[in-house]
Design a protein around this ligand. Structure first.
Ligand SMILES: [Zn+2]
Length: 83
């Protein structure tokens, strides 16, 4: 058996897809095989496409209480460093 080893993003450690169509296909496949709904987004670090479990359109809106806040807390006056 020959396994395809995908490249991973150094920043997010996510699989890198070089075009949106390929990423979308992988997302569809994940939903078919595992029932996991994934969204495609473009990575600002490496410029390729990644999959995310969270809908990028809703992730910046209200977060349900059972989903704890992300590790990086937004303190007053603190600007997240862009890498
Ligand atoms: Zn990336």
């Amino acid at each position: 058996m020959h396994y395809f080893t995908p490249k991973r993003c150094t920043e997010s450690n996510k699989i890198m897809y070089h075009d949106k169509a390929t990423a979308q296909r992988a997302a569809d496949q994940s939903f078919i095989e595992r029932g996991t709904e994934l969204w495609v987004y473009r990575c600002e670090y490496c410029g390729t496409w990644h999959l995310t479990h969270r809908d990028p359109r809703t992730s910046y809106r209200a977060v349900p209480l059972n989903q704890e806040l992300k590790p990086h807390s937004r303190k007053k006056g603190y600007k997240p460093r862009r890498r």
